[in-house]
Write a protein that binds this ligand. Structure first.
Ligand SMILES: Nc1ncnc2c1ncn2[C@@H]1O[C@H](COP(=O)(O)OP(=O)(O)OP(=O)(O)O)[C@@H](O)[C@H]1O
Ligand SMILES: O=C(O)C1=C[C@@H](O)[C@@H](O)[C@H](O)C1
Ligand SMILES: [Mg+2]
Length: 166
């Protein structure tokens, strides 16, 4: 069993939103590793970061991705930083992976100033810029397809993925 598609990309790329649209369109279940980690630990991601640190969160994330890739045959959305771990990148070697690309301006608009994204605390715009610069090559390295999301609605993004992966 393997996911029909895995969505990767930075915070605000729309992974969770587009995963839901694809699941509805294809009639398949949707999984999101951020939600899986919160369900298995009973803790919010922001609390895990504050209380246990990012490394501990990444360990949980590797396990969550491994379980989802092994068990899930629908749409899988990953947390924005999951691909930072080589173990996670290796798990994606044999599945279609769509990198949802988003530029700085649209990403900032989409994530707002909520407290649910611990890596963005402080200056959201400069934090996102650093993450985009560091991670874009990593997302590209795991992607089998790249879909631009700037200036497009989630429905338009989902429709392009359905055309790429009929
Ligand atoms: N193409 C889009 N155009 C405009 N707004 C969008 C688009 N995609 C998602 N959004 C909005 O941006 C916000 C973030 O989207 P979403 O939670 O799906 O991102 P994510 O990639 O899953 O982020 P994270 O890595 O933090 O989980 C949501 O409010 C969502 O409605
Ligand atoms: O980009 C990241 O590193 C993160 C993205 C979110 O999906 C969560 O997994 C968490 O807030 C960390
Ligand atoms: Mg998400």
């Amino acid at each position: 069993m393997a996911p029909r598609v895995v969505l990767v990309g930075p915070m605000g790329a729309g992974k969770t939103t587009v995963a839901g649209l694809l699941g509805d369109a294809w009639g398949v279940p949707v999984r999101d590793t951020d939600a899986d980690i919160e369900a298995t630990t009973g803790r919010e991601i922001s609390d895990i970061f504050v209380e246990s640190g990012e490394d501990a969160f990444r360990e949980l994330e590797v396990a969550a991705v491994a379980a989802a890739v092994a068990e899930h045959d629908g749409v899988l959305a990953l947390g924005g930083g999951a691909v930072l771990r080589a173990e996670t990148r290796d798990l994606l070697a044999d599945v279609p992976v769509v990198f949802l690309r988003v530029g700085l301006s649209d990403a900032v608009k989409r994530v707002g100033i909520g407290v649910g994204r611990p890596l963005l605390l402080g200056n959201v715009r400069s934090r996102i810029k650093v993450l985009l610069d560091e991670r874009t090559p990593v997302y590209e390295s795991v992607a089998t397809h790249v879909v631009d999301t700037d200036g497009r609605t989630p429905d338009e993004v989902a429709d392009e993925i359905r055309e790429l992966l009929p």
